[in-house]
Design a binder for this molecule. Structure first.
Ligand SMILES: NC(=O)C1=CN([C@@H]2O[C@H](COP(=O)(O)OP(=O)(O)OC[C@H]3O[C@@H](n4cnc5c(N)ncnc54)[C@H](O)[C@@H]3O)[C@@H](O)[C@H]2O)C=CC1
Ligand SMILES: O=C1[C@H](O)[C@H](O)[C@@H](O)[C@H](O)[C@H]1O
Length: 348
Protein backbone atom coordinates (compact mmCIF):
# COMPACT_ATOMS: atom_id res chain seq x y z
CA UNK A 1 0.00 0.00 0.00
CA UNK A 2 1.51 3.36 -1.06
CA UNK A 3 0.56 6.17 1.36
CA UNK A 4 1.29 9.52 -0.32
CA UNK A 5 -0.42 11.82 2.15
CA UNK A 6 -3.14 11.94 4.80
CA UNK A 7 -5.85 11.46 2.12
CA UNK A 8 -8.35 8.79 3.13
CA UNK A 9 -7.19 5.30 2.23
CA UNK A 10 -9.70 3.58 -0.04
CA UNK A 11 -10.39 -0.03 0.90
CA UNK A 12 -10.84 -2.12 -2.25
CA UNK A 13 -12.09 -5.66 -2.81
CA UNK A 14 -11.33 -7.38 -6.14
CA UNK A 15 -13.57 -10.14 -7.52
CA UNK A 16 -11.94 -12.34 -10.17
CA UNK A 17 -8.19 -12.88 -9.88
CA UNK A 18 -7.37 -13.98 -13.43
CA UNK A 19 -5.25 -12.24 -16.04
CA UNK A 20 -6.47 -8.69 -15.58
CA UNK A 21 -7.54 -9.12 -11.96
CA UNK A 22 -3.93 -10.01 -11.11
CA UNK A 23 -2.71 -7.02 -13.12
CA UNK A 24 -5.11 -4.62 -11.40
CA UNK A 25 -4.21 -6.16 -8.00
CA UNK A 26 -0.58 -5.21 -8.68
CA UNK A 27 -1.67 -1.79 -9.97
CA UNK A 28 -3.84 -1.02 -6.94
CA UNK A 29 -1.19 -2.12 -4.43
CA UNK A 30 1.98 -0.88 -6.10
CA UNK A 31 1.05 1.99 -8.46
CA UNK A 32 -2.09 3.79 -7.32
CA UNK A 33 -1.66 5.74 -4.07
CA UNK A 34 -3.87 5.56 -0.99
CA UNK A 35 -5.45 2.22 -1.77
CA UNK A 36 -5.59 -0.81 0.51
CA UNK A 37 -6.73 -4.03 -1.16
CA UNK A 38 -8.39 -5.59 1.86
CA UNK A 39 -10.09 -8.52 0.14
CA UNK A 40 -9.93 -10.67 -2.98
CA UNK A 41 -12.21 -13.39 -4.31
CA UNK A 42 -12.07 -16.05 -6.99
CA UNK A 43 -14.50 -18.88 -7.63
CA UNK A 44 -11.61 -21.26 -8.28
CA UNK A 45 -10.47 -22.47 -4.87
CA UNK A 46 -6.99 -21.29 -3.95
CA UNK A 47 -6.51 -19.16 -7.08
CA UNK A 48 -6.76 -15.79 -5.33
CA UNK A 49 -4.55 -16.79 -2.41
CA UNK A 50 -1.92 -18.14 -4.81
CA UNK A 51 -1.80 -14.74 -6.54
CA UNK A 52 -1.62 -12.90 -3.21
CA UNK A 53 1.33 -15.11 -2.28
CA UNK A 54 2.99 -14.57 -5.66
CA UNK A 55 2.75 -10.79 -5.24
CA UNK A 56 3.73 -10.93 -1.55
CA UNK A 57 0.40 -9.46 -0.41
CA UNK A 58 -1.99 -10.11 2.43
CA UNK A 59 -5.78 -9.71 2.14
CA UNK A 60 -8.90 -11.60 3.05
CA UNK A 61 -9.59 -14.34 0.49
CA UNK A 62 -13.28 -15.03 -0.12
CA UNK A 63 -14.74 -17.85 -2.20
CA UNK A 64 -18.18 -16.19 -2.46
CA UNK A 65 -18.23 -12.62 -3.80
CA UNK A 66 -21.26 -11.80 -1.62
CA UNK A 67 -19.00 -12.01 1.42
CA UNK A 68 -16.51 -9.61 -0.16
CA UNK A 69 -19.21 -7.17 -1.29
CA UNK A 70 -20.77 -7.09 2.19
CA UNK A 71 -17.48 -6.86 4.08
CA UNK A 72 -17.46 -3.54 6.01
CA UNK A 73 -13.73 -3.44 5.33
CA UNK A 74 -14.47 -3.03 1.58
CA UNK A 75 -15.49 0.45 0.39
CA UNK A 76 -15.15 -0.22 -3.35
CA UNK A 77 -15.74 -3.37 -5.40
CA UNK A 78 -13.59 -4.01 -8.48
CA UNK A 79 -15.08 -6.64 -10.79
CA UNK A 80 -12.54 -8.44 -12.95
CA UNK A 81 -14.45 -11.70 -13.15
CA UNK A 82 -15.45 -13.43 -16.37
CA UNK A 83 -18.05 -11.62 -18.49
CA UNK A 84 -20.96 -13.82 -17.44
CA UNK A 85 -20.46 -12.93 -13.75
CA UNK A 86 -20.38 -9.14 -14.18
CA UNK A 87 -24.13 -8.62 -13.92
CA UNK A 88 -24.62 -10.38 -10.57
CA UNK A 89 -21.46 -8.92 -9.02
CA UNK A 90 -22.24 -5.35 -10.09
CA UNK A 91 -25.86 -5.62 -8.96
CA UNK A 92 -24.72 -6.97 -5.57
CA UNK A 93 -22.25 -4.09 -5.17
CA UNK A 94 -24.89 -1.50 -6.07
CA UNK A 95 -27.46 -3.05 -3.73
CA UNK A 96 -24.81 -2.92 -0.97
CA UNK A 97 -24.34 0.80 -1.71
CA UNK A 98 -20.70 0.34 -2.71
CA UNK A 99 -18.82 2.17 -5.46
CA UNK A 100 -17.95 -0.26 -8.22
CA UNK A 101 -15.46 -0.52 -11.07
CA UNK A 102 -16.48 -3.18 -13.59
CA UNK A 103 -14.20 -4.31 -16.36
CA UNK A 104 -15.70 -4.23 -19.83
CA UNK A 105 -18.12 -5.44 -20.96
CA UNK A 106 -20.50 -4.14 -18.30
CA UNK A 107 -22.67 -7.22 -18.83
CA UNK A 108 -23.58 -9.78 -21.49
CA UNK A 109 -26.32 -7.84 -23.30
CA UNK A 110 -28.37 -4.65 -23.37
CA UNK A 111 -31.09 -6.00 -21.09
CA UNK A 112 -28.63 -6.79 -18.32
CA UNK A 113 -26.97 -3.39 -18.77
CA UNK A 114 -30.31 -1.58 -18.53
CA UNK A 115 -31.07 -3.39 -15.27
CA UNK A 116 -27.76 -2.09 -13.94
CA UNK A 117 -28.54 1.45 -15.17
CA UNK A 118 -31.89 1.36 -13.34
CA UNK A 119 -30.32 -0.03 -10.15
CA UNK A 120 -27.60 2.64 -10.17
CA UNK A 121 -30.14 5.44 -10.69
CA UNK A 122 -31.84 4.42 -7.43
CA UNK A 123 -28.81 5.89 -5.66
CA UNK A 124 -29.45 9.34 -7.12
CA UNK A 125 -25.82 9.61 -8.20
CA UNK A 126 -23.33 7.60 -10.25
CA UNK A 127 -21.73 4.72 -8.34
CA UNK A 128 -20.17 2.78 -11.22
CA UNK A 129 -17.36 3.09 -13.76
CA UNK A 130 -16.81 0.67 -16.65
CA UNK A 131 -13.28 -0.37 -17.68
CA UNK A 132 -13.21 1.21 -21.13
CA UNK A 133 -9.67 2.40 -20.46
CA UNK A 134 -8.91 3.64 -24.00
CA UNK A 135 -10.75 6.86 -23.12
CA UNK A 136 -7.71 7.50 -20.86
CA UNK A 137 -4.99 6.46 -23.35
CA UNK A 138 -3.05 9.66 -24.15
CA UNK A 139 -2.90 8.81 -27.85
CA UNK A 140 -6.69 8.47 -28.13
CA UNK A 141 -7.22 11.62 -26.03
CA UNK A 142 -4.97 13.49 -28.49
CA UNK A 143 -6.85 12.02 -31.46
CA UNK A 144 -10.19 13.14 -30.03
CA UNK A 145 -8.88 16.67 -29.42
CA UNK A 146 -7.59 16.90 -32.99
CA UNK A 147 -10.91 15.68 -34.36
CA UNK A 148 -12.81 18.16 -32.18
CA UNK A 149 -10.42 20.95 -33.28
CA UNK A 150 -11.12 20.20 -36.96
CA UNK A 151 -7.46 19.45 -37.65
CA UNK A 152 -8.27 17.03 -40.50
CA UNK A 153 -11.62 18.55 -41.43
CA UNK A 154 -14.77 16.47 -40.89
CA UNK A 155 -14.00 12.77 -40.44
CA UNK A 156 -15.13 10.68 -43.42
CA UNK A 157 -13.94 7.15 -42.61
CA UNK A 158 -12.22 5.08 -39.91
CA UNK A 159 -9.96 2.13 -40.64
CA UNK A 160 -9.28 -0.05 -37.59
CA UNK A 161 -7.68 -3.30 -36.59
CA UNK A 162 -8.05 -5.18 -33.32
CA UNK A 163 -5.81 -8.25 -33.48
CA UNK A 164 -4.97 -10.59 -30.60
CA UNK A 165 -2.00 -12.91 -30.90
CA UNK A 166 -4.26 -15.69 -29.61
CA UNK A 167 -7.21 -16.34 -27.32
CA UNK A 168 -8.34 -19.36 -25.21
CA UNK A 169 -9.54 -22.37 -27.24
CA UNK A 170 -13.17 -21.80 -26.22
CA UNK A 171 -13.23 -18.15 -27.42
CA UNK A 172 -16.28 -17.75 -29.69
CA UNK A 173 -17.79 -15.10 -31.96
CA UNK A 174 -19.83 -13.69 -29.10
CA UNK A 175 -16.66 -12.96 -27.13
CA UNK A 176 -14.97 -11.54 -30.21
CA UNK A 177 -17.78 -8.96 -30.23
CA UNK A 178 -18.58 -8.33 -26.55
CA UNK A 179 -15.03 -8.76 -25.25
CA UNK A 180 -12.75 -7.65 -28.08
CA UNK A 181 -14.58 -5.44 -30.62
CA UNK A 182 -16.45 -3.82 -27.72
CA UNK A 183 -13.48 -1.45 -27.29
CA UNK A 184 -13.89 0.09 -30.73
CA UNK A 185 -17.70 -0.08 -30.47
CA UNK A 186 -17.47 1.99 -27.28
CA UNK A 187 -14.67 4.26 -28.43
CA UNK A 188 -15.52 5.29 -31.99
CA UNK A 189 -18.77 7.20 -31.37
CA UNK A 190 -16.96 8.97 -28.52
CA UNK A 191 -14.02 9.87 -30.76
CA UNK A 192 -16.36 11.12 -33.51
CA UNK A 193 -18.99 12.60 -31.20
CA UNK A 194 -21.50 10.94 -33.51
CA UNK A 195 -24.06 8.16 -32.89
CA UNK A 196 -24.14 4.93 -34.88
CA UNK A 197 -26.85 4.50 -37.53
CA UNK A 198 -26.30 0.85 -38.49
CA UNK A 199 -23.90 -2.08 -38.20
CA UNK A 200 -22.90 -5.09 -40.29
CA UNK A 201 -20.71 -7.99 -39.18
CA UNK A 202 -19.58 -10.79 -41.47
CA UNK A 203 -16.88 -13.39 -41.81
CA UNK A 204 -14.12 -13.86 -44.32
CA UNK A 205 -12.02 -16.95 -45.00
CA UNK A 206 -11.57 -18.63 -41.58
CA UNK A 207 -8.01 -18.79 -40.32
CA UNK A 208 -6.52 -22.27 -40.01
CA UNK A 209 -5.74 -21.30 -36.39
CA UNK A 210 -9.44 -21.29 -35.45
CA UNK A 211 -9.92 -23.89 -32.69
CA UNK A 212 -13.68 -24.34 -32.58
CA UNK A 213 -16.63 -23.99 -34.92
CA UNK A 214 -18.30 -21.37 -32.70
CA UNK A 215 -16.09 -18.55 -33.91
CA UNK A 216 -15.85 -16.57 -37.12
CA UNK A 217 -12.23 -15.46 -37.13
CA UNK A 218 -11.31 -13.06 -38.64
CA UNK A 219 -14.50 -11.02 -38.83
CA UNK A 220 -15.27 -7.64 -40.37
CA UNK A 221 -17.33 -5.05 -38.47
CA UNK A 222 -18.70 -2.15 -40.50
CA UNK A 223 -20.62 0.70 -38.92
CA UNK A 224 -22.09 3.89 -40.31
CA UNK A 225 -22.74 6.92 -38.14
CA UNK A 226 -25.69 9.29 -38.33
CA UNK A 227 -23.20 11.92 -39.54
CA UNK A 228 -22.25 9.70 -42.48
CA UNK A 229 -18.86 8.42 -41.31
CA UNK A 230 -18.05 4.85 -42.36
CA UNK A 231 -16.13 2.68 -39.89
CA UNK A 232 -14.27 -0.46 -41.00
CA UNK A 233 -12.88 -2.72 -38.27
CA UNK A 234 -11.03 -6.02 -38.62
CA UNK A 235 -11.21 -8.33 -35.61
CA UNK A 236 -8.78 -11.25 -35.65
CA UNK A 237 -8.16 -12.98 -32.33
CA UNK A 238 -5.57 -15.52 -33.51
CA UNK A 239 -3.28 -13.45 -35.70
CA UNK A 240 -0.20 -15.27 -34.34
CA UNK A 241 2.26 -12.40 -34.77
CA UNK A 242 1.28 -10.11 -31.89
CA UNK A 243 -1.19 -7.70 -30.31
CA UNK A 244 -1.90 -5.15 -32.99
CA UNK A 245 -4.25 -2.18 -32.59
CA UNK A 246 -4.78 0.21 -35.51
CA UNK A 247 -6.98 3.28 -35.70
CA UNK A 248 -6.81 5.61 -38.72
CA UNK A 249 -9.27 8.48 -38.94
CA UNK A 250 -9.51 9.78 -42.51
CA UNK A 251 -10.79 13.36 -42.74
CA UNK A 252 -11.55 15.84 -45.49
CA UNK A 253 -8.01 17.23 -45.45
CA UNK A 254 -5.86 14.81 -43.54
CA UNK A 255 -5.45 11.52 -41.68
CA UNK A 256 -4.90 10.79 -37.99
CA UNK A 257 -3.00 7.56 -37.31
CA UNK A 258 -2.93 5.96 -33.86
CA UNK A 259 0.74 5.47 -32.86
CA UNK A 260 1.94 2.11 -31.65
CA UNK A 261 3.74 1.95 -28.33
CA UNK A 262 7.36 3.03 -29.09
CA UNK A 263 9.65 0.02 -29.25
CA UNK A 264 13.38 0.23 -29.92
CA UNK A 265 14.15 -0.39 -33.60
CA UNK A 266 17.15 -2.57 -34.36
CA UNK A 267 19.50 -2.43 -37.40
CA UNK A 268 21.49 -5.65 -37.17
CA UNK A 269 22.80 -8.36 -39.47
CA UNK A 270 21.42 -6.67 -42.58
CA UNK A 271 17.99 -6.48 -40.94
CA UNK A 272 15.89 -3.59 -39.64
CA UNK A 273 13.31 -4.69 -37.03
CA UNK A 274 11.17 -3.50 -34.15
CA UNK A 275 9.32 -5.60 -31.59
CA UNK A 276 5.53 -5.96 -31.61
CA UNK A 277 3.78 -6.28 -28.25
CA UNK A 278 1.98 -9.55 -27.55
CA UNK A 279 -0.95 -8.45 -25.38
CA UNK A 280 -2.97 -5.62 -23.87
CA UNK A 281 -1.03 -5.33 -20.56
CA UNK A 282 1.90 -3.38 -21.99
CA UNK A 283 0.00 -1.76 -24.88
CA UNK A 284 -2.45 0.01 -22.57
CA UNK A 285 -0.51 0.07 -19.28
CA UNK A 286 -0.57 3.86 -18.97
CA UNK A 287 -4.27 3.96 -19.82
CA UNK A 288 -5.08 1.48 -17.03
CA UNK A 289 -2.96 3.49 -14.57
CA UNK A 290 -4.60 6.81 -15.49
CA UNK A 291 -8.06 5.19 -15.46
CA UNK A 292 -7.66 3.82 -11.94
CA UNK A 293 -5.99 6.98 -10.61
CA UNK A 294 -9.01 8.97 -11.81
CA UNK A 295 -11.50 6.45 -10.42
CA UNK A 296 -9.82 6.24 -6.99
CA UNK A 297 -9.31 10.01 -6.78
CA UNK A 298 -13.07 10.47 -7.05
CA UNK A 299 -14.41 7.62 -4.94
CA UNK A 300 -11.80 8.22 -2.22
CA UNK A 301 -13.44 11.64 -1.71
CA UNK A 302 -16.92 10.04 -1.75
CA UNK A 303 -17.44 11.62 -5.18
CA UNK A 304 -19.11 9.83 -8.08
CA UNK A 305 -16.74 8.41 -10.70
CA UNK A 306 -16.62 10.41 -13.96
CA UNK A 307 -15.17 7.82 -16.34
CA UNK A 308 -17.14 5.58 -18.74
CA UNK A 309 -20.54 4.97 -17.23
CA UNK A 310 -23.18 2.28 -17.07
CA UNK A 311 -24.91 4.17 -19.89
CA UNK A 312 -21.76 3.84 -22.03
CA UNK A 313 -21.82 0.15 -21.19
CA UNK A 314 -25.48 0.00 -22.23
CA UNK A 315 -24.88 1.77 -25.56
CA UNK A 316 -22.00 -0.60 -26.31
CA UNK A 317 -24.21 -3.57 -25.44
CA UNK A 318 -27.07 -2.41 -27.71
CA UNK A 319 -24.57 -2.14 -30.54
CA UNK A 320 -22.98 -5.52 -29.70
CA UNK A 321 -26.42 -7.19 -29.63
CA UNK A 322 -27.04 -5.81 -33.15
CA UNK A 323 -23.57 -6.98 -34.24
CA UNK A 324 -24.33 -10.53 -33.16
CA UNK A 325 -27.71 -10.33 -34.93
CA UNK A 326 -25.99 -9.23 -38.13
CA UNK A 327 -23.36 -11.95 -37.90
CA UNK A 328 -26.08 -14.56 -37.42
CA UNK A 329 -27.82 -13.31 -40.57
CA UNK A 330 -24.89 -13.31 -43.00
CA UNK A 331 -23.90 -9.75 -42.37
CA UNK A 332 -27.27 -8.13 -42.96
CA UNK A 333 -27.28 -4.44 -42.09
CA UNK A 334 -28.94 -3.86 -38.70
CA UNK A 335 -30.29 -0.41 -37.95
CA UNK A 336 -29.42 1.15 -34.61
CA UNK A 337 -31.46 3.58 -32.59
CA UNK A 338 -30.59 4.60 -29.05
CA UNK A 339 -32.70 6.25 -26.35
CA UNK A 340 -31.53 9.73 -25.43
CA UNK A 341 -28.77 9.77 -22.78
CA UNK A 342 -30.52 10.39 -19.42
CA UNK A 343 -29.54 13.61 -17.65
CA UNK A 344 -28.24 11.34 -14.88
CA UNK A 345 -25.43 10.36 -17.26
CA UNK A 346 -24.78 13.73 -18.89
CA UNK A 347 -21.38 15.09 -17.78
CA UNK A 348 -21.94 17.92 -15.35
N1 LIG B 1 -9.96 -3.58 -20.20
C1 LIG B 1 -9.22 -4.48 -20.80
O1 LIG B 1 -8.37 -4.17 -21.64
C2 LIG B 1 -9.38 -5.91 -20.44
C3 LIG B 1 -10.55 -6.34 -19.87
N2 LIG B 1 -10.73 -7.65 -19.59
C4 LIG B 1 -12.02 -8.08 -19.01
O2 LIG B 1 -11.78 -8.53 -17.69
C5 LIG B 1 -12.58 -9.67 -17.40
C6 LIG B 1 -11.66 -10.82 -17.00
O3 LIG B 1 -10.85 -11.13 -18.11
P1 LIG B 1 -9.57 -12.07 -17.91
O4 LIG B 1 -8.80 -11.61 -16.71
O5 LIG B 1 -8.88 -12.10 -19.21
O6 LIG B 1 -10.26 -13.48 -17.64
P2 LIG B 1 -9.76 -14.68 -16.69
O7 LIG B 1 -10.59 -15.83 -17.09
O8 LIG B 1 -8.29 -14.75 -16.72
O9 LIG B 1 -10.17 -14.18 -15.22
C7 LIG B 1 -11.50 -14.17 -14.78
C8 LIG B 1 -11.47 -14.71 -13.34
O10 LIG B 1 -12.77 -14.55 -12.77
C9 LIG B 1 -13.04 -15.69 -11.98
N3 LIG B 1 -14.50 -15.78 -11.79
C10 LIG B 1 -15.44 -16.10 -12.70
N4 LIG B 1 -16.67 -16.05 -12.13
C11 LIG B 1 -16.49 -15.67 -10.85
C12 LIG B 1 -17.37 -15.44 -9.76
N5 LIG B 1 -18.70 -15.59 -9.87
N6 LIG B 1 -16.83 -15.05 -8.57
C13 LIG B 1 -15.49 -14.91 -8.43
N7 LIG B 1 -14.60 -15.11 -9.43
C14 LIG B 1 -15.11 -15.49 -10.62
C15 LIG B 1 -12.44 -16.85 -12.74
O11 LIG B 1 -12.18 -17.95 -11.91
C16 LIG B 1 -11.15 -16.22 -13.26
O12 LIG B 1 -10.07 -16.43 -12.38
C17 LIG B 1 -13.40 -9.95 -18.66
O13 LIG B 1 -14.67 -9.38 -18.50
C18 LIG B 1 -12.62 -9.22 -19.76
O14 LIG B 1 -13.49 -8.72 -20.78
C19 LIG B 1 -9.74 -8.59 -19.79
C20 LIG B 1 -8.56 -8.18 -20.35
C21 LIG B 1 -8.29 -6.83 -20.74
O1 LIG C 1 -10.28 -6.09 -23.24
C1 LIG C 1 -9.55 -6.85 -23.77
C2 LIG C 1 -8.19 -6.46 -24.17
O2 LIG C 1 -8.04 -5.06 -24.02
C3 LIG C 1 -7.88 -6.81 -25.59
O3 LIG C 1 -7.85 -5.69 -26.40
C4 LIG C 1 -8.88 -7.76 -26.14
O4 LIG C 1 -8.44 -8.24 -27.34
C5 LIG C 1 -9.14 -8.82 -25.13
O5 LIG C 1 -9.76 -9.93 -25.70
C6 LIG C 1 -10.03 -8.18 -24.13
O6 LIG C 1 -10.24 -8.96 -23.00
Amino acid sequence: MKIMSDIKVTKVGIVGIGFIGSDHLHRLTKTIANVDVTAVCDIVPGKAQKELDRQGLKAKDYHDYHDLVNDPDVDVVVCTASNEAHYEIVMAALKAGKFCFCEKPLALDANQCMDIVKEEQKHGRRMLQVGFMRHYAPEYVQMKKMIDDGTIGHPLMMDERHYNQTQPEEYDSSRSIIETAIHEIDLDHWLLNDDYKDIQVFGVRKSKYVQNDQIQDPMIVMMNTKGGVNIYLEVYVRCQYGYDIKCDVIGEKGVLELPTVPQVATRLNAEYSTAILTDWKARFESAYDIEFRDFINHVSQDESPVGPSAWDGYIAAVTADAALQSLAHDGEKVDLDFPERPAFYVEK
